[in-house]
Design a binder for this molecule. Structure first.
Ligand code: BJ8
Length: 422
Protein backbone atom coordinates (compact mmCIF):
# COMPACT_ATOMS: atom_id res chain seq x y z
CA UNK A 1 0.00 0.00 0.00
CA UNK A 2 1.23 3.50 -0.80
CA UNK A 3 2.12 5.82 2.07
CA UNK A 4 -0.96 7.63 3.29
CA UNK A 5 0.43 8.90 6.59
CA UNK A 6 0.46 12.52 5.53
CA UNK A 7 -3.21 12.23 4.52
CA UNK A 8 -4.17 10.38 7.72
CA UNK A 9 -2.31 13.02 9.74
CA UNK A 10 -4.25 15.78 8.02
CA UNK A 11 -7.47 13.95 8.91
CA UNK A 12 -6.49 14.21 12.56
CA UNK A 13 -6.05 10.49 13.08
CA UNK A 14 -4.23 8.83 15.94
CA UNK A 15 -1.48 7.40 13.75
CA UNK A 16 0.10 5.12 16.33
CA UNK A 17 -3.14 3.52 17.32
CA UNK A 18 -4.16 3.23 13.69
CA UNK A 19 -0.89 1.40 12.94
CA UNK A 20 -2.04 -1.38 15.26
CA UNK A 21 -5.23 -1.80 13.22
CA UNK A 22 -3.24 -1.77 9.98
CA UNK A 23 -1.17 -4.66 11.31
CA UNK A 24 -4.11 -6.77 12.45
CA UNK A 25 -6.35 -6.47 9.39
CA UNK A 26 -4.10 -8.17 6.77
CA UNK A 27 -3.55 -11.12 9.13
CA UNK A 28 -7.27 -11.49 9.72
CA UNK A 29 -8.05 -11.13 6.02
CA UNK A 30 -5.38 -13.62 5.03
CA UNK A 31 -6.71 -16.23 7.44
CA UNK A 32 -10.38 -15.80 6.58
CA UNK A 33 -10.27 -14.92 2.88
CA UNK A 34 -7.04 -15.79 1.15
CA UNK A 35 -7.10 -19.30 2.64
CA UNK A 36 -10.18 -20.15 0.53
CA UNK A 37 -9.77 -22.45 -2.46
CA UNK A 38 -11.09 -21.99 -5.96
CA UNK A 39 -12.20 -18.38 -5.51
CA UNK A 40 -13.55 -16.59 -8.59
CA UNK A 41 -10.93 -14.50 -10.42
CA UNK A 42 -13.22 -11.49 -10.03
CA UNK A 43 -12.56 -11.47 -6.28
CA UNK A 44 -9.15 -9.96 -7.03
CA UNK A 45 -10.83 -6.57 -7.31
CA UNK A 46 -12.30 -6.87 -3.81
CA UNK A 47 -8.95 -8.14 -2.46
CA UNK A 48 -7.45 -4.97 -3.86
CA UNK A 49 -10.16 -2.80 -2.29
CA UNK A 50 -9.49 -4.39 1.10
CA UNK A 51 -5.73 -3.99 0.73
CA UNK A 52 -6.38 -0.27 0.11
CA UNK A 53 -9.28 0.03 2.55
CA UNK A 54 -7.81 3.01 4.39
CA UNK A 55 -5.84 4.24 1.39
CA UNK A 56 -7.08 4.70 -2.14
CA UNK A 57 -10.75 5.36 -1.36
CA UNK A 58 -9.76 7.82 1.37
CA UNK A 59 -7.60 9.60 -1.18
CA UNK A 60 -10.61 9.76 -3.52
CA UNK A 61 -12.68 11.29 -0.71
CA UNK A 62 -9.86 13.75 -0.05
CA UNK A 63 -9.67 14.76 -3.73
CA UNK A 64 -13.44 15.27 -3.74
CA UNK A 65 -13.18 17.47 -0.64
CA UNK A 66 -10.32 19.48 -2.14
CA UNK A 67 -12.68 20.41 -4.97
CA UNK A 68 -15.23 21.64 -2.45
CA UNK A 69 -17.23 18.38 -2.27
CA UNK A 70 -18.69 16.99 0.95
CA UNK A 71 -18.63 13.53 2.52
CA UNK A 72 -21.61 12.25 4.49
CA UNK A 73 -21.49 9.22 6.79
CA UNK A 74 -24.47 6.93 7.42
CA UNK A 75 -25.21 3.97 9.68
CA UNK A 76 -28.46 2.49 8.48
CA UNK A 77 -29.98 1.27 5.23
CA UNK A 78 -33.02 3.47 5.82
CA UNK A 79 -31.05 6.64 5.06
CA UNK A 80 -31.56 7.24 1.32
CA UNK A 81 -28.23 7.32 -0.50
CA UNK A 82 -30.05 8.88 -3.45
CA UNK A 83 -30.40 12.20 -1.64
CA UNK A 84 -26.70 12.30 -0.71
CA UNK A 85 -25.64 11.58 -4.29
CA UNK A 86 -28.14 14.06 -5.72
CA UNK A 87 -26.59 16.76 -3.54
CA UNK A 88 -23.22 16.04 -5.15
CA UNK A 89 -21.86 14.55 -1.91
CA UNK A 90 -20.25 11.14 -1.38
CA UNK A 91 -21.95 8.81 1.09
CA UNK A 92 -20.04 6.27 3.16
CA UNK A 93 -21.42 3.59 5.47
CA UNK A 94 -19.72 3.89 8.84
CA UNK A 95 -20.93 0.86 10.79
CA UNK A 96 -17.93 -0.80 12.38
CA UNK A 97 -17.39 -4.51 12.94
CA UNK A 98 -14.19 -4.96 14.93
CA UNK A 99 -13.35 -5.52 18.57
CA UNK A 100 -10.49 -3.08 17.99
CA UNK A 101 -12.81 -0.07 18.37
CA UNK A 102 -14.74 -1.31 21.42
CA UNK A 103 -12.30 -0.04 24.04
CA UNK A 104 -12.53 3.55 22.82
CA UNK A 105 -16.31 3.23 22.49
CA UNK A 106 -16.58 2.16 26.11
CA UNK A 107 -14.83 5.35 27.18
CA UNK A 108 -17.98 7.30 26.35
CA UNK A 109 -20.75 4.67 26.27
CA UNK A 110 -21.89 1.99 28.74
CA UNK A 111 -20.37 -1.46 28.31
CA UNK A 112 -23.64 -3.34 28.11
CA UNK A 113 -24.87 -2.07 24.75
CA UNK A 114 -24.60 -3.32 21.18
CA UNK A 115 -21.00 -3.80 19.95
CA UNK A 116 -21.83 -2.18 16.60
CA UNK A 117 -22.69 1.09 18.30
CA UNK A 118 -19.72 0.94 20.65
CA UNK A 119 -17.41 0.19 17.70
CA UNK A 120 -18.50 3.03 15.42
CA UNK A 121 -18.45 5.46 18.33
CA UNK A 122 -15.01 4.19 19.36
CA UNK A 123 -13.73 4.63 15.82
CA UNK A 124 -14.59 8.33 15.99
CA UNK A 125 -13.57 8.95 19.59
CA UNK A 126 -10.19 7.26 19.06
CA UNK A 127 -9.62 8.88 15.67
CA UNK A 128 -8.79 5.53 14.05
CA UNK A 129 -11.19 5.40 11.09
CA UNK A 130 -10.25 7.60 8.12
CA UNK A 131 -13.79 7.31 6.71
CA UNK A 132 -15.23 8.81 9.85
CA UNK A 133 -12.50 11.45 9.88
CA UNK A 134 -13.38 12.39 6.29
CA UNK A 135 -17.04 13.06 7.07
CA UNK A 136 -18.37 16.62 7.07
CA UNK A 137 -21.63 15.42 8.55
CA UNK A 138 -23.13 12.14 9.70
CA UNK A 139 -26.78 11.13 9.36
CA UNK A 140 -28.13 9.02 12.18
CA UNK A 141 -31.62 7.63 12.64
CA UNK A 142 -33.95 6.73 15.47
CA UNK A 143 -33.93 2.98 14.89
CA UNK A 144 -32.89 1.58 18.26
CA UNK A 145 -32.23 3.17 21.64
CA UNK A 146 -28.49 2.51 21.50
CA UNK A 147 -28.07 4.39 18.25
CA UNK A 148 -30.53 7.11 19.19
CA UNK A 149 -28.57 8.07 22.29
CA UNK A 150 -25.15 7.54 20.67
CA UNK A 151 -25.92 10.38 18.22
CA UNK A 152 -26.06 12.77 21.15
CA UNK A 153 -22.56 11.67 22.17
CA UNK A 154 -21.19 11.80 18.63
CA UNK A 155 -22.55 15.28 18.06
CA UNK A 156 -19.72 16.54 20.28
CA UNK A 157 -17.24 15.19 17.73
CA UNK A 158 -18.91 15.72 14.34
CA UNK A 159 -21.97 17.50 12.93
CA UNK A 160 -24.70 14.91 13.51
CA UNK A 161 -28.09 15.06 11.82
CA UNK A 162 -30.80 12.62 12.89
CA UNK A 163 -33.73 11.31 10.83
CA UNK A 164 -36.76 10.31 12.85
CA UNK A 165 -37.71 6.89 11.49
CA UNK A 166 -41.28 5.80 12.19
CA UNK A 167 -41.53 2.35 13.73
CA UNK A 168 -44.87 1.31 12.27
CA UNK A 169 -46.00 1.08 8.67
CA UNK A 170 -49.32 2.88 8.57
CA UNK A 171 -50.23 5.45 5.91
CA UNK A 172 -49.32 8.27 8.26
CA UNK A 173 -45.88 6.69 8.78
CA UNK A 174 -45.21 6.72 5.03
CA UNK A 175 -46.22 10.36 5.01
CA UNK A 176 -43.93 11.08 7.95
CA UNK A 177 -40.97 9.34 6.31
CA UNK A 178 -41.53 11.41 3.13
CA UNK A 179 -41.39 14.54 5.28
CA UNK A 180 -38.18 13.33 6.91
CA UNK A 181 -36.65 12.81 3.47
CA UNK A 182 -37.70 16.35 2.54
CA UNK A 183 -35.96 17.65 5.67
CA UNK A 184 -32.83 15.69 4.78
CA UNK A 185 -32.93 17.28 1.33
CA UNK A 186 -32.89 20.76 2.89
CA UNK A 187 -30.07 19.82 5.25
CA UNK A 188 -27.94 18.37 2.45
CA UNK A 189 -28.55 21.38 0.25
CA UNK A 190 -27.37 23.63 3.05
CA UNK A 191 -24.30 21.50 3.71
CA UNK A 192 -23.21 21.21 0.09
CA UNK A 193 -24.51 24.47 -1.33
CA UNK A 194 -26.00 22.42 -4.17
CA UNK A 195 -29.67 22.34 -5.02
CA UNK A 196 -31.16 18.85 -5.32
CA UNK A 197 -33.03 19.16 -8.59
CA UNK A 198 -35.49 16.69 -10.07
CA UNK A 199 -32.91 15.79 -12.75
CA UNK A 200 -30.17 15.12 -10.22
CA UNK A 201 -32.46 13.06 -8.01
CA UNK A 202 -33.76 11.03 -10.97
CA UNK A 203 -30.15 10.28 -11.95
CA UNK A 204 -29.25 9.25 -8.40
CA UNK A 205 -32.30 6.98 -8.19
CA UNK A 206 -31.21 5.22 -11.38
CA UNK A 207 -27.65 4.81 -10.11
CA UNK A 208 -28.74 3.33 -6.77
CA UNK A 209 -31.16 0.99 -8.55
CA UNK A 210 -28.33 -0.23 -10.82
CA UNK A 211 -26.27 -0.96 -7.72
CA UNK A 212 -29.18 -2.89 -6.22
CA UNK A 213 -29.60 -4.85 -9.44
CA UNK A 214 -25.91 -5.81 -9.46
CA UNK A 215 -26.24 -7.13 -5.90
CA UNK A 216 -29.47 -8.93 -6.76
CA UNK A 217 -27.65 -10.59 -9.67
CA UNK A 218 -24.85 -11.67 -7.32
CA UNK A 219 -27.37 -13.19 -4.93
CA UNK A 220 -29.21 -14.95 -7.77
CA UNK A 221 -26.00 -16.78 -8.64
CA UNK A 222 -25.94 -18.15 -5.10
CA UNK A 223 -29.23 -19.94 -5.69
CA UNK A 224 -27.46 -22.46 -7.94
CA UNK A 225 -27.02 -25.98 -6.61
CA UNK A 226 -23.34 -25.72 -7.46
CA UNK A 227 -22.73 -22.55 -5.48
CA UNK A 228 -20.15 -20.52 -7.47
CA UNK A 229 -19.03 -18.19 -4.66
CA UNK A 230 -18.60 -18.54 -0.93
CA UNK A 231 -20.87 -16.74 1.52
CA UNK A 232 -17.80 -15.04 2.94
CA UNK A 233 -16.95 -13.53 -0.43
CA UNK A 234 -20.53 -12.43 -1.05
CA UNK A 235 -20.61 -10.81 2.40
CA UNK A 236 -17.40 -8.94 1.65
CA UNK A 237 -18.87 -7.59 -1.58
CA UNK A 238 -21.96 -6.29 0.26
CA UNK A 239 -19.76 -4.68 2.89
CA UNK A 240 -17.65 -2.97 0.22
CA UNK A 241 -20.82 -1.70 -1.49
CA UNK A 242 -21.26 0.71 1.42
CA UNK A 243 -18.17 2.77 0.68
CA UNK A 244 -16.83 2.03 -2.78
CA UNK A 245 -17.35 4.36 -5.74
CA UNK A 246 -20.83 3.26 -6.94
CA UNK A 247 -20.11 3.24 -10.70
CA UNK A 248 -16.91 1.24 -10.25
CA UNK A 249 -18.60 -1.11 -7.82
CA UNK A 250 -21.45 -1.78 -10.27
CA UNK A 251 -19.03 -2.45 -13.11
CA UNK A 252 -16.82 -4.82 -11.12
CA UNK A 253 -19.73 -6.66 -9.52
CA UNK A 254 -21.45 -7.23 -12.86
CA UNK A 255 -18.16 -8.47 -14.27
CA UNK A 256 -17.84 -10.90 -11.37
CA UNK A 257 -21.44 -12.03 -11.95
CA UNK A 258 -20.61 -12.91 -15.57
CA UNK A 259 -17.87 -15.15 -14.26
CA UNK A 260 -20.21 -16.70 -11.69
CA UNK A 261 -22.83 -17.39 -14.34
CA UNK A 262 -20.14 -19.11 -16.45
CA UNK A 263 -19.14 -21.14 -13.41
CA UNK A 264 -22.72 -22.26 -12.93
CA UNK A 265 -22.92 -23.38 -16.58
CA UNK A 266 -19.66 -25.30 -16.22
CA UNK A 267 -20.60 -26.66 -12.78
CA UNK A 268 -17.64 -25.02 -11.09
CA UNK A 269 -18.45 -24.72 -7.41
CA UNK A 270 -16.86 -23.65 -4.14
CA UNK A 271 -19.16 -25.94 -2.15
CA UNK A 272 -18.87 -29.67 -1.63
CA UNK A 273 -21.75 -32.01 -2.33
CA UNK A 274 -22.55 -32.59 1.33
CA UNK A 275 -22.24 -28.97 2.46
CA UNK A 276 -25.37 -27.73 4.18
CA UNK A 277 -26.91 -24.63 2.60
CA UNK A 278 -27.45 -21.94 5.23
CA UNK A 279 -29.44 -18.72 5.25
CA UNK A 280 -28.19 -16.22 7.83
CA UNK A 281 -30.77 -13.87 9.29
CA UNK A 282 -30.37 -11.07 11.78
CA UNK A 283 -28.25 -8.05 12.62
CA UNK A 284 -25.89 -6.47 10.10
CA UNK A 285 -22.28 -7.64 9.81
CA UNK A 286 -20.12 -4.56 9.43
CA UNK A 287 -16.62 -4.91 8.03
CA UNK A 288 -14.48 -6.75 9.24
CA UNK A 289 -17.03 -8.91 11.04
CA UNK A 290 -16.75 -12.22 9.17
CA UNK A 291 -16.97 -14.39 12.29
CA UNK A 292 -20.16 -16.42 11.77
CA UNK A 293 -19.60 -16.98 8.05
CA UNK A 294 -16.08 -18.19 8.71
CA UNK A 295 -17.21 -20.60 11.41
CA UNK A 296 -19.96 -22.00 9.17
CA UNK A 297 -17.86 -22.32 6.05
CA UNK A 298 -15.09 -24.14 7.88
CA UNK A 299 -17.60 -26.54 9.48
CA UNK A 300 -19.28 -28.16 6.47
CA UNK A 301 -21.73 -25.43 5.45
CA UNK A 302 -22.06 -22.93 2.64
CA UNK A 303 -23.84 -19.65 3.32
CA UNK A 304 -26.21 -19.04 0.39
CA UNK A 305 -27.87 -15.78 1.48
CA UNK A 306 -28.12 -13.19 4.26
CA UNK A 307 -31.38 -11.67 5.40
CA UNK A 308 -29.51 -8.78 6.99
CA UNK A 309 -28.72 -5.14 6.24
CA UNK A 310 -25.39 -6.28 4.80
CA UNK A 311 -27.50 -8.62 2.66
CA UNK A 312 -30.97 -8.61 1.15
CA UNK A 313 -32.37 -5.75 3.23
CA UNK A 314 -29.82 -3.47 1.57
CA UNK A 315 -30.81 -4.11 -2.03
CA UNK A 316 -34.24 -5.71 -2.27
CA UNK A 317 -36.92 -3.61 -3.98
CA UNK A 318 -36.09 -0.80 -6.39
CA UNK A 319 -37.22 2.82 -6.26
CA UNK A 320 -39.93 3.46 -8.86
CA UNK A 321 -38.16 5.26 -11.72
CA UNK A 322 -41.37 6.49 -13.31
CA UNK A 323 -41.73 9.18 -10.62
CA UNK A 324 -41.11 12.54 -12.29
CA UNK A 325 -41.81 15.43 -9.92
CA UNK A 326 -39.94 16.04 -6.67
CA UNK A 327 -43.02 15.03 -4.67
CA UNK A 328 -43.43 11.82 -6.62
CA UNK A 329 -39.77 10.95 -6.31
CA UNK A 330 -39.68 11.54 -2.58
CA UNK A 331 -42.83 9.46 -2.14
CA UNK A 332 -41.25 6.72 -4.27
CA UNK A 333 -38.17 6.81 -2.02
CA UNK A 334 -40.32 6.62 1.12
CA UNK A 335 -42.23 3.67 -0.37
CA UNK A 336 -39.13 1.70 -1.22
CA UNK A 337 -37.31 2.37 2.03
CA UNK A 338 -40.24 1.70 4.34
CA UNK A 339 -40.55 -1.75 2.79
CA UNK A 340 -37.37 -2.76 4.65
CA UNK A 341 -38.32 -5.10 7.45
CA UNK A 342 -35.98 -4.16 10.30
CA UNK A 343 -36.74 -5.52 13.76
CA UNK A 344 -37.13 -1.96 15.03
CA UNK A 345 -40.65 -2.02 13.49
CA UNK A 346 -43.71 -3.31 15.25
CA UNK A 347 -45.42 -5.49 14.29
CA UNK A 348 -42.86 -6.99 11.93
CA UNK A 349 -44.57 -9.99 10.39
CA UNK A 350 -43.08 -9.03 7.01
CA UNK A 351 -39.67 -10.14 8.23
CA UNK A 352 -40.93 -13.62 9.13
CA UNK A 353 -42.36 -13.91 5.61
CA UNK A 354 -39.08 -12.68 4.09
CA UNK A 355 -37.02 -15.27 5.96
CA UNK A 356 -39.29 -18.12 4.91
CA UNK A 357 -39.41 -16.91 1.31
CA UNK A 358 -35.62 -16.55 1.16
CA UNK A 359 -35.03 -19.94 2.76
CA UNK A 360 -37.15 -21.48 0.02
CA UNK A 361 -35.73 -19.40 -2.86
CA UNK A 362 -32.15 -20.20 -1.87
CA UNK A 363 -32.98 -23.83 -1.04
CA UNK A 364 -31.55 -23.47 2.45
CA UNK A 365 -31.28 -26.56 4.66
CA UNK A 366 -31.48 -24.34 7.72
CA UNK A 367 -31.33 -20.82 9.11
CA UNK A 368 -28.79 -19.34 11.49
CA UNK A 369 -30.45 -16.50 13.38
CA UNK A 370 -27.63 -14.22 14.38
CA UNK A 371 -28.06 -11.34 16.78
CA UNK A 372 -25.47 -8.99 18.14
CA UNK A 373 -25.26 -8.95 21.91
CA UNK A 374 -27.66 -6.50 23.59
CA UNK A 375 -29.64 -5.87 20.39
CA UNK A 376 -33.06 -6.06 22.00
CA UNK A 377 -35.13 -5.78 18.83
CA UNK A 378 -33.46 -8.68 17.00
CA UNK A 379 -33.05 -10.75 20.16
CA UNK A 380 -36.70 -10.46 21.14
CA UNK A 381 -38.00 -10.88 17.61
CA UNK A 382 -36.38 -14.32 17.50
CA UNK A 383 -39.31 -15.82 19.42
CA UNK A 384 -41.78 -15.07 16.61
CA UNK A 385 -39.33 -15.92 13.84
CA UNK A 386 -38.60 -19.27 15.46
CA UNK A 387 -42.32 -20.05 15.70
CA UNK A 388 -42.87 -19.14 12.05
CA UNK A 389 -39.89 -21.18 10.87
CA UNK A 390 -40.93 -24.19 12.91
CA UNK A 391 -44.41 -24.01 11.40
CA UNK A 392 -42.80 -23.92 7.94
CA UNK A 393 -40.58 -26.91 8.81
CA UNK A 394 -37.32 -24.95 8.53
CA UNK A 395 -34.65 -25.72 11.15
CA UNK A 396 -33.12 -22.72 12.92
CA UNK A 397 -30.28 -22.10 15.35
CA UNK A 398 -30.02 -18.91 17.44
CA UNK A 399 -26.61 -17.37 18.00
CA UNK A 400 -26.00 -14.26 20.05
CA UNK A 401 -22.49 -12.94 19.79
CA UNK A 402 -20.21 -9.90 19.81
CA UNK A 403 -16.97 -9.04 18.02
CA UNK A 404 -14.61 -10.85 20.36
CA UNK A 405 -13.17 -14.30 19.68
CA UNK A 406 -14.01 -15.56 23.18
CA UNK A 407 -17.05 -17.54 22.08
CA UNK A 408 -15.74 -18.96 18.79
CA UNK A 409 -15.15 -22.47 20.18
CA UNK A 410 -18.58 -22.60 21.78
CA UNK A 411 -20.34 -21.35 18.63
CA UNK A 412 -18.40 -23.85 16.53
CA UNK A 413 -19.60 -26.74 18.70
CA UNK A 414 -23.23 -25.62 18.48
CA UNK A 415 -22.97 -25.04 14.72
CA UNK A 416 -21.47 -28.49 14.13
CA UNK A 417 -24.26 -30.14 16.13
CA UNK A 418 -26.87 -28.15 14.18
CA UNK A 419 -25.35 -29.06 10.81
CA UNK A 420 -25.32 -32.71 11.76
CA UNK A 421 -28.96 -32.56 12.78
CA UNK A 422 -30.35 -30.91 9.62
S1 BJ8 B 1 -32.38 -1.28 9.22
S2 BJ8 B 1 -30.74 -3.58 11.42
S3 BJ8 B 1 -28.99 -0.96 9.73
S4 BJ8 B 1 -31.26 -0.28 12.44
S5 BJ8 B 1 -27.42 -0.79 16.15
S6 BJ8 B 1 -30.61 -2.31 15.69
S7 BJ8 B 1 -27.67 -4.30 15.81
S8 BJ8 B 1 -28.79 -2.62 18.74
S9 BJ8 B 1 -28.05 -1.95 13.03
FE1 BJ8 B 1 -29.66 -1.69 11.82
FE2 BJ8 B 1 -30.91 0.02 10.24
FE3 BJ8 B 1 -32.24 -1.95 11.38
FE4 BJ8 B 1 -30.56 -2.48 9.47
FE5 BJ8 B 1 -29.50 -3.77 16.95
FE6 BJ8 B 1 -27.16 -2.68 17.26
FE7 BJ8 B 1 -29.34 -1.16 17.13
FE8 BJ8 B 1 -28.51 -2.37 14.96
Amino acid sequence: MADYRELWGRLGMDLEKHDVLCEVLPQLYGGVYLSQENRPEGMNYYNFVVSEVHGLRIKELDDHKKQGGKVVGTFCVFVPDEMILAAGAIGVGLCAGSQFWIEDGEKVLPRNICPLVKAFTGAKVGGTCPYFQSCDMIVGETTCDAKKKAWEVLDDYVDTYVMDLPQMKRDKDYKKWSEEIYDLKAKLEKLTGNEITEEKLAEAIKLCNRKRLALQRLYSARKALNVPISGKDALLISQIAFYDNPERFIEMTNKLCEELEERIKNEVSVSKKDDKRILISGTPMAVPNWKIHHILETSGAIVVAEETCTGTRYFENLVDESAATMDEMINALADRYLKINCACFTPNKGREDDIIRLAKEFKADGVIYNSLQFCHTYNIEYANVEKALKAAGIPVLFIESDYSNDDVGQIQTRVEAFLEMI
